[in-house]
Design a protein around this ligand. Structure first.
Ligand code: ATR
Length: 274
Protein backbone atom coordinates (compact mmCIF):
# COMPACT_ATOMS: atom_id res chain seq x y z
CA UNK A 1 0.00 0.00 0.00
CA UNK A 2 1.27 3.50 -0.86
CA UNK A 3 1.17 6.11 1.90
CA UNK A 4 0.59 9.72 0.97
CA UNK A 5 2.61 12.74 2.09
CA UNK A 6 2.92 16.31 0.85
CA UNK A 7 4.38 19.72 1.47
CA UNK A 8 1.94 22.57 1.97
CA UNK A 9 2.87 26.22 1.48
CA UNK A 10 2.06 29.31 -0.55
CA UNK A 11 3.78 29.67 -2.97
CA UNK A 12 4.78 26.04 -3.43
CA UNK A 13 5.60 25.48 -7.11
CA UNK A 14 9.37 25.74 -6.60
CA UNK A 15 9.60 23.58 -3.49
CA UNK A 16 12.39 21.01 -3.62
CA UNK A 17 10.73 18.84 -0.97
CA UNK A 18 8.95 16.48 -3.41
CA UNK A 19 12.25 15.70 -5.15
CA UNK A 20 14.04 15.26 -1.82
CA UNK A 21 11.44 12.87 -0.41
CA UNK A 22 11.18 10.95 -3.67
CA UNK A 23 14.93 10.39 -3.49
CA UNK A 24 14.68 9.30 0.17
CA UNK A 25 11.81 6.89 -0.60
CA UNK A 26 13.72 5.37 -3.51
CA UNK A 27 16.87 5.01 -1.42
CA UNK A 28 15.11 3.35 1.54
CA UNK A 29 12.55 1.32 -0.42
CA UNK A 30 9.55 2.96 1.26
CA UNK A 31 6.16 2.73 -0.45
CA UNK A 32 5.02 6.31 -0.40
CA UNK A 33 4.33 9.27 -2.59
CA UNK A 34 4.90 12.92 -1.78
CA UNK A 35 3.09 15.78 -3.49
CA UNK A 36 2.76 19.51 -3.12
CA UNK A 37 -0.29 21.46 -1.97
CA UNK A 38 -0.83 25.15 -2.66
CA UNK A 39 -2.36 26.07 0.71
CA UNK A 40 -5.18 28.60 0.68
CA UNK A 41 -4.23 31.69 2.67
CA UNK A 42 -7.61 31.83 4.41
CA UNK A 43 -8.31 28.12 4.95
CA UNK A 44 -5.13 26.33 6.00
CA UNK A 45 -6.98 24.16 8.53
CA UNK A 46 -9.49 23.11 5.84
CA UNK A 47 -6.63 22.06 3.56
CA UNK A 48 -5.10 19.98 6.35
CA UNK A 49 -8.44 18.42 7.23
CA UNK A 50 -9.11 17.42 3.62
CA UNK A 51 -5.62 15.95 3.21
CA UNK A 52 -6.02 13.84 6.33
CA UNK A 53 -9.59 12.80 5.45
CA UNK A 54 -8.29 11.56 2.10
CA UNK A 55 -5.87 9.24 3.94
CA UNK A 56 -2.75 11.45 4.06
CA UNK A 57 -0.11 10.29 6.55
CA UNK A 58 1.99 13.40 6.97
CA UNK A 59 2.73 16.92 5.83
CA UNK A 60 5.67 19.24 5.70
CA UNK A 61 4.52 22.77 6.41
CA UNK A 62 6.33 25.73 4.95
CA UNK A 63 5.98 29.50 4.56
CA UNK A 64 3.62 31.07 5.55
CA UNK A 65 1.80 28.34 7.49
CA UNK A 66 4.24 27.15 10.18
CA UNK A 67 2.74 29.27 12.96
CA UNK A 68 -0.82 28.42 11.89
CA UNK A 69 0.10 24.74 12.00
CA UNK A 70 1.40 25.24 15.54
CA UNK A 71 -1.92 26.76 16.57
CA UNK A 72 -3.91 24.03 14.83
CA UNK A 73 -2.11 21.10 16.47
CA UNK A 74 -2.55 20.86 20.21
CA UNK A 75 -0.35 17.77 20.35
CA UNK A 76 3.20 19.11 19.82
CA UNK A 77 6.76 18.00 20.44
CA UNK A 78 8.84 19.99 22.93
CA UNK A 79 10.96 21.48 20.16
CA UNK A 80 7.88 22.55 18.16
CA UNK A 81 6.49 24.02 21.35
CA UNK A 82 9.65 26.03 21.90
CA UNK A 83 9.87 27.17 18.27
CA UNK A 84 6.25 28.32 18.18
CA UNK A 85 6.11 26.74 14.75
CA UNK A 86 5.43 23.34 13.18
CA UNK A 87 7.12 22.16 10.00
CA UNK A 88 6.16 18.49 10.25
CA UNK A 89 2.70 17.07 10.75
CA UNK A 90 2.40 13.41 11.60
CA UNK A 91 -0.85 11.45 11.35
CA UNK A 92 -0.44 8.94 14.14
CA UNK A 93 -2.10 5.53 14.33
CA UNK A 94 -5.68 6.18 15.35
CA UNK A 95 -5.72 9.43 13.40
CA UNK A 96 -4.38 11.79 16.09
CA UNK A 97 -2.35 14.65 14.56
CA UNK A 98 1.00 15.62 16.03
CA UNK A 99 3.16 18.64 15.24
CA UNK A 100 6.95 18.64 15.28
CA UNK A 101 9.70 20.96 14.12
CA UNK A 102 12.83 19.59 12.48
CA UNK A 103 14.29 22.89 11.23
CA UNK A 104 16.70 23.44 14.12
CA UNK A 105 18.03 19.91 14.19
CA UNK A 106 18.38 20.11 10.41
CA UNK A 107 20.62 23.16 10.72
CA UNK A 108 22.74 21.56 13.45
CA UNK A 109 23.14 18.29 11.51
CA UNK A 110 24.30 20.22 8.49
CA UNK A 111 26.78 22.34 10.42
CA UNK A 112 28.11 19.72 12.82
CA UNK A 113 27.76 16.39 11.00
CA UNK A 114 28.09 17.35 7.34
CA UNK A 115 30.70 20.07 7.78
CA UNK A 116 32.36 19.35 11.13
CA UNK A 117 31.57 22.55 13.03
CA UNK A 118 32.25 22.09 16.74
CA UNK A 119 30.01 24.30 18.89
CA UNK A 120 31.87 23.95 22.15
CA UNK A 121 33.32 27.23 23.46
CA UNK A 122 32.03 29.06 20.38
CA UNK A 123 30.47 32.52 20.26
CA UNK A 124 27.40 32.40 18.03
CA UNK A 125 25.59 35.37 16.51
CA UNK A 126 22.02 34.67 15.39
CA UNK A 127 20.70 37.37 13.06
CA UNK A 128 16.93 37.86 13.11
CA UNK A 129 14.18 37.31 15.64
CA UNK A 130 11.30 36.13 13.46
CA UNK A 131 9.94 32.67 12.78
CA UNK A 132 13.11 31.34 11.17
CA UNK A 133 15.30 32.45 14.08
CA UNK A 134 12.88 30.99 16.65
CA UNK A 135 12.86 27.72 14.73
CA UNK A 136 16.62 27.16 15.06
CA UNK A 137 17.37 28.81 18.40
CA UNK A 138 16.67 25.81 20.65
CA UNK A 139 18.78 23.39 18.63
CA UNK A 140 21.67 25.88 18.46
CA UNK A 141 21.63 26.17 22.24
CA UNK A 142 21.50 22.41 22.72
CA UNK A 143 24.67 22.15 20.65
CA UNK A 144 26.56 23.77 23.52
CA UNK A 145 27.98 27.14 22.39
CA UNK A 146 29.62 29.31 25.05
CA UNK A 147 27.36 32.23 24.20
CA UNK A 148 24.63 33.09 21.75
CA UNK A 149 23.78 36.64 20.88
CA UNK A 150 20.54 37.38 19.03
CA UNK A 151 20.67 40.58 17.00
CA UNK A 152 17.69 42.01 15.19
CA UNK A 153 16.80 45.18 13.30
CA UNK A 154 13.96 45.65 15.78
CA UNK A 155 15.84 45.30 19.05
CA UNK A 156 12.82 44.59 21.26
CA UNK A 157 12.08 41.38 19.37
CA UNK A 158 15.62 40.12 20.00
CA UNK A 159 15.38 41.05 23.67
CA UNK A 160 12.07 39.22 24.05
CA UNK A 161 13.32 36.13 22.27
CA UNK A 162 16.48 36.05 24.39
CA UNK A 163 14.52 36.50 27.62
CA UNK A 164 12.15 33.67 26.70
CA UNK A 165 14.99 31.18 26.47
CA UNK A 166 15.77 31.72 30.18
CA UNK A 167 19.34 30.67 29.31
CA UNK A 168 22.14 32.81 30.70
CA UNK A 169 24.31 32.24 27.61
CA UNK A 170 21.77 34.20 25.53
CA UNK A 171 21.42 37.95 25.10
CA UNK A 172 19.35 40.04 22.72
CA UNK A 173 20.42 43.27 20.99
CA UNK A 174 19.71 45.66 18.16
CA UNK A 175 21.88 45.29 15.07
CA UNK A 176 23.47 48.61 15.99
CA UNK A 177 24.97 47.15 19.18
CA UNK A 178 27.51 44.79 17.61
CA UNK A 179 30.51 47.12 17.39
CA UNK A 180 33.64 45.54 18.87
CA UNK A 181 32.09 42.06 19.16
CA UNK A 182 33.46 39.02 17.39
CA UNK A 183 31.84 35.70 16.64
CA UNK A 184 32.92 32.22 15.59
CA UNK A 185 29.65 31.47 13.83
CA UNK A 186 27.12 33.87 12.35
CA UNK A 187 23.75 32.39 11.36
CA UNK A 188 21.62 34.60 9.16
CA UNK A 189 17.96 33.92 9.94
CA UNK A 190 16.68 37.23 8.57
CA UNK A 191 14.68 37.43 5.37
CA UNK A 192 16.82 40.35 4.16
CA UNK A 193 18.43 38.24 1.43
CA UNK A 194 15.10 37.84 -0.33
CA UNK A 195 15.31 41.54 -1.15
CA UNK A 196 19.02 41.29 -2.05
CA UNK A 197 20.12 42.88 1.24
CA UNK A 198 22.48 41.99 4.06
CA UNK A 199 21.81 43.15 7.64
CA UNK A 200 24.17 46.03 8.46
CA UNK A 201 27.03 44.38 10.38
CA UNK A 202 30.41 45.68 11.50
CA UNK A 203 32.95 44.36 9.01
CA UNK A 204 35.18 43.01 11.81
CA UNK A 205 32.55 40.90 13.58
CA UNK A 206 33.88 37.65 12.10
CA UNK A 207 36.54 36.16 14.40
CA UNK A 208 39.56 34.43 12.91
CA UNK A 209 38.36 31.16 11.40
CA UNK A 210 34.70 32.17 11.70
CA UNK A 211 31.94 30.36 9.85
CA UNK A 212 28.89 31.95 8.22
CA UNK A 213 25.61 30.15 7.58
CA UNK A 214 22.68 31.57 5.65
CA UNK A 215 19.34 29.83 6.15
CA UNK A 216 18.47 31.00 2.64
CA UNK A 217 19.80 29.09 -0.35
CA UNK A 218 20.08 29.94 -4.00
CA UNK A 219 21.78 28.81 -7.20
CA UNK A 220 24.29 31.60 -6.69
CA UNK A 221 25.96 32.84 -3.48
CA UNK A 222 23.34 34.58 -1.33
CA UNK A 223 23.98 38.25 -0.39
CA UNK A 224 24.96 37.23 3.17
CA UNK A 225 27.30 34.50 1.91
CA UNK A 226 28.91 37.05 -0.45
CA UNK A 227 29.32 39.46 2.45
CA UNK A 228 30.94 36.81 4.66
CA UNK A 229 33.20 35.48 1.94
CA UNK A 230 34.45 38.97 1.13
CA UNK A 231 35.36 39.44 4.80
CA UNK A 232 37.39 36.27 5.05
CA UNK A 233 35.00 33.79 6.66
CA UNK A 234 36.66 30.37 6.83
CA UNK A 235 33.50 28.55 5.74
CA UNK A 236 30.44 30.01 4.05
CA UNK A 237 27.37 27.79 3.81
CA UNK A 238 23.86 28.31 2.51
CA UNK A 239 20.72 26.56 3.72
CA UNK A 240 20.44 23.82 1.13
CA UNK A 241 22.03 21.27 3.44
CA UNK A 242 19.66 22.28 6.23
CA UNK A 243 16.71 21.85 3.85
CA UNK A 244 17.72 18.27 3.11
CA UNK A 245 18.56 17.51 6.76
CA UNK A 246 15.24 18.80 8.09
CA UNK A 247 13.51 16.70 5.42
CA UNK A 248 15.46 13.62 6.53
CA UNK A 249 14.34 14.17 10.13
CA UNK A 250 10.71 14.46 8.99
CA UNK A 251 11.09 11.34 6.90
CA UNK A 252 12.47 9.46 9.91
CA UNK A 253 9.53 10.60 12.05
CA UNK A 254 7.08 9.29 9.47
CA UNK A 255 8.82 6.13 8.27
CA UNK A 256 11.10 5.09 11.14
CA UNK A 257 14.19 5.08 8.92
CA UNK A 258 16.66 7.91 8.42
CA UNK A 259 17.87 8.26 4.84
CA UNK A 260 21.43 9.05 3.82
CA UNK A 261 21.39 12.76 3.03
CA UNK A 262 24.78 13.12 1.31
CA UNK A 263 23.77 11.81 -2.14
CA UNK A 264 20.61 13.94 -2.12
CA UNK A 265 22.50 17.12 -1.21
CA UNK A 266 24.97 16.31 -3.96
CA UNK A 267 22.17 15.76 -6.45
CA UNK A 268 20.59 19.12 -5.61
CA UNK A 269 23.93 20.93 -5.70
CA UNK A 270 24.40 19.52 -9.15
CA UNK A 271 21.45 21.62 -10.24
CA UNK A 272 19.27 18.64 -11.10
CA UNK A 273 16.25 20.00 -9.27
CA UNK A 274 16.58 23.74 -8.97
P1 ATR B 1 10.76 34.48 8.96
O1 ATR B 1 9.64 33.53 9.23
O2 ATR B 1 11.45 34.26 7.63
O3 ATR B 1 11.72 34.58 10.10
P2 ATR B 1 9.66 36.95 9.84
O4 ATR B 1 9.10 36.29 11.04
O5 ATR B 1 8.86 37.97 9.11
O6 ATR B 1 10.06 35.89 8.74
O7 ATR B 1 11.06 37.61 10.28
C1 ATR B 1 11.90 38.25 9.36
C2 ATR B 1 13.19 38.62 10.06
O8 ATR B 1 14.10 39.20 9.14
C3 ATR B 1 13.00 39.64 11.16
O9 ATR B 1 13.96 39.38 12.17
C4 ATR B 1 13.30 40.96 10.43
O10 ATR B 1 13.67 42.02 11.27
P3 ATR B 1 12.54 42.90 12.00
O11 ATR B 1 12.05 42.11 13.15
O12 ATR B 1 13.24 44.15 12.41
O13 ATR B 1 11.47 43.16 10.97
C5 ATR B 1 14.45 40.52 9.58
N1 ATR B 1 14.66 41.36 8.38
C6 ATR B 1 13.90 41.43 7.27
N2 ATR B 1 14.43 42.28 6.38
C7 ATR B 1 15.57 42.77 6.94
C8 ATR B 1 16.60 43.68 6.50
N3 ATR B 1 16.55 44.27 5.29
N4 ATR B 1 17.62 43.95 7.35
C9 ATR B 1 17.69 43.36 8.56
N5 ATR B 1 16.76 42.48 9.03
C10 ATR B 1 15.72 42.19 8.23
Amino acid sequence: MTDHYAVIGNPIAHSKSPAIHAAFAHQTGQHMDYGRILGSLDDFSGDVRRFVAAGGRGLNVTVPFKEQAWRLLANRSARAERAGAVNTLIVQDGGLLRGDNTDGIGLVHDLADNHGFNFSNKRVLLLGAGGAARGVLGALLESGPAELLIANRTATKALDLARNTADNRVTGHGLDKLAGRQFDLIVNATSSGLGGHVPPLPSDCLADGAWAYDLLYADHLTPFCCWAKARGAKRVLDGLGMLVEQAAESFALWRGVRPDTAPVIKQLRGGAQR
